[in-house]
Design a protein around this ligand. Structure first.
Ligand code: MEV
Length: 421
């Protein structure tokens, strides 16, 4: 335990000084300090400006998803993730999807919702009506906040107001509907929501508290679909197995959480590589999955008349190319260049394809041999390397452990010792 977590002035120190202090407080070795201080693809000055109290950066491997054909266009997909098998699984799924034309994606455009909460209104339904009657004034005020967005065709386009019942009584919730263009939109929407609050207080006679974007971005949906040829994926049994796996998730929230987690393995890996707000994406995905009242899969899987497998994914995808890490993180900028997407919508579409591919790969493995065999091979390689194997030894030790079904560190050590003799 550190002596004290109260460190006044910590934020004012240069990063190197902060690290020195942390070393003193926590007993980090010189090597550990060096590791933290090595910010990899992120220059330390950039890191220092992104958040507060910066002491370093943590790097993740960035792999490249291959074989992706999305709306007729080929993409190489940067994916940053700590979990083995995800990149290989997505690439393999995308290869199979190509046979029937790849992934087809549609979207509803980059539209976000900003919420303004009004309480202590004497006549909530009358207040709601008053907001609606002042729609143009409110939209004009919102749009004054971001002339650049407006000049590019975005901005506050519409307004909605409703009365909700809460544990603190009724409240009027006004929603700005904002087209955020190539931005994820949180900044633009929050600024607009704050700017219009005084008008809403004036016309409702109530008190405004919260003014903030909603991460249930259900006006910013992407829908991906793909057909997987029966013969290419393991025949009728594989198709049936995947449809049963989907039915399991549809019928049971415990399974559904893991099913959707598999989708997010792909979505979030691309999001991290491209500097996106992954908390917003997770919040959007899971709240959308719960919109019906129960927690449901974001994908559906069914058999078509030819016996092939058809998958669809529909989910909110609030991503941007303007602002945030996508603009300042050099590795994210390089990843976006590799991906070659020109708009936020295009990025969202590609991410949906990866999510669907990932889900397909997981269900196919789960409904047949299981995922452990594939995982074990990689796990065995990691263990071998950790046990001191180098070069060819890594594959030899890993293969032996897998064959023996003894994928363990102690066994890896024994084998490395034997090989080194
Ligand atoms: C592991 O990260 C993801 C899976 O559990 C997804 C699933 O079960 O569908 C394999």
């Amino acid at each position: 335990m550190v002596e004290s977590s109260e460190q006044p002035g910590f934020y004012k120190l240069p990063m190197a000084e902060r690290l020195k202090l942390v070393q003193k407080l926590t007993g980090l070795t010189d090597d550990e300090v060096k590791t933290l201080g090595n910010t990899g693809g992120l220059p330390s000055e950039t890191a220092d400006h992104m958040i507060e109290n910066v002491i370093g950066a943590i790097a993740l491997p960035m792999g490249l998803g291959t074989n992706f054909l999305v709306n007729g266009k080929d993409y190489l997909i940067p994916m940053a993730i700590e979990e083995a098998s995800v990149v290989a699984a997505a690439s393999n799924a995308a290869k199979m999807a190509r046979l029937k034309g790849g992934f087809k994606i549609t979207n509803t455009g980059p539209v976000m919702i900003g919420q303004i909460q009004t309480v202590e209104v004497k006549d909530p339904h009358g207040a709601r009506m008053a907001v609606l009657l002042h729609k143009q004034e409110i939209l004009d005020k919102a749009n004054e906040q971001d002339p650049v967005l407006v000049s590019l065709g975005g901005g506050a386009k519409d307004l909605n107001s409703r009365v909700i019942q809460s544990v603190k009584g009724p409240m009027v919730i006004t929603e700005l509907i904002v087209s955020t263009g190539d931005a994820m939109g949180a900044n633009a929407v929050n600024t607009m929501a704050e700017a219009v609050a005084p008008i809403i207080e004036r016309v409702t006679g109530g008190k405004v508290y919260l003014r903030i974007i909603s991460n249930l971005a259900d006006r910013r949906l992407v829908r991906a679909s793909a057909v997987f040829e029966k013969e290419a994926i393991g025949g009728e049994e594989a198709v049936d197995g995947i449809v049963y796996a989907y039915a399991f998730a549809e019928g049971d929230p415990y399974r559904c959480a893991t099913h959707n987690k598999g989708i997010m393995n792909g979505v979030i890996a691309v999001a991290i590589a491209c500097g996106q707000d992954i908390r917003a994406l997770e919040a959007g995905a899971h709240s959308y999955a719960s919109k019906s009242g129960g927690y449901k899969p974001l994908t559906t899987w069914e058999k078509n008349k030819d016996g092939d497998l058809v998958g669809t994914l529909e989910m909110p995808m609030a991503v941007g190319l303007i602002g945030g890490a996508a603009r300042v993180h050099p590795a994210a900028k390089a990843a976006i260049k590799i991906l070659g997407v020109k708009t936020a919508v295009e990025l969202a579409e590609v991410m949906a394809a990866v999510g669907l591919a990932q889900n397909f790969a997981a269900l196919r493995a789960l409904a047949s041999e299981g995922i452990q065999r594939g995982h074990m091979k990689l796990h065995a390689r990691n263990l071998a390397a950790n046990a001191g194997a180098t070069g060819d030894q890594i594959d030899i030790v890993a293969a032996k452990m897998v064959a023996e079904k003894k994928v363990r560190f102690d066994r890896a050590k024994e084998l490395v010792e034997q090989l080194s003799k």
